[in-house]
Design a protein around this ligand. Sequence first.
Ligand SMILES: [Zn+2]
Ligand SMILES: [Zn+2]
Length: 314
Amino acid sequence: MKAALRTTLRTILRIVLRIVLSWTAWPGLLLLCLLATAAGFAHGIPVIAFNLTYFSLAIVLLLLERWMPHEVAWTRADGQLGADILHTLLSKGAVQTLIVFSSAVGLAALITPLAAPGNGIWPRHWPLWAQVVLALTAAEFGLYWGHHIAHKWKPLWRFHAVHHSVKKLWVVNTGRFHFVDSIKSIVPALAILVLLGAPLEVVTWLSAITAYIGMLTHCNIEMRFGYLSWVFNTPELHRWHHSKDLREGDKNFGENLMVWDWIFGTYFNESRRPPVDIGIKDQMPARFRDQLVWPFRRPVVLVDDGVGIAGARE
Ligand SMILES: [Zn+2]
Ligand SMILES: [Zn+2]
């Protein structure tokens, strides 16, 4: 009798904990990441703090994906683990870090005279948090259009299709981007910040937040978002973006914030469940190195099925 009562209590506790976590995990984890990053800045070790926070977030999300998955079907192996990790390492690790940090450092000399008090238009007198919000919004304009155009213009789409070819969403394929696709995303966003004269500290904050939100957006965890989805790119919005149906998939181009989706009419969210069957119609090769060359050599395939499938535009 006692054992049965204990089992019932444990079950109730587990259900309550899952409900609480489903509402608090997304904003709570983002907040913890921001606090850890701020502590890193305060102690003069922003890069170490960022890396520690990033990997800690990945581990926590992986555990939550096992414990409270959004789609059970997406917890099964898809044979892309190696390719996902290699794309992440090449694309994010090498190219993105190189471009973001070296460009920011290299361009600091160019930025400084523009952004010096009285010269530049960047409001350096604002509190740091306000500058970061401004940078997020301004850079998002470049990220939004880089992403939007990649969905509409076939030569760029073929690079972006490497990301959309996944059959499931989970934390590990967050960084699965063809490296050309990553460069295409970074350049316009960075150009806007350089032109505005954003200081390096603000650019570093933006890079860290983009990395955290990216991982939080791709994870396969059963969560609730409420009004958060009005402002941020949450998993529920990004799951629509991965839909094969272009009426849902050609929406929600925002990387961190949804502000430009609202302005340009591409915001999409409905109360029904987003599709489980995601991906593209074209056949993406399974191996990493074949995926790298696929966008360069793939002949154009014209398919018109009335609804339209990502990867089969024209
Ligand atoms: Zn996309
Ligand atoms: Zn995605």
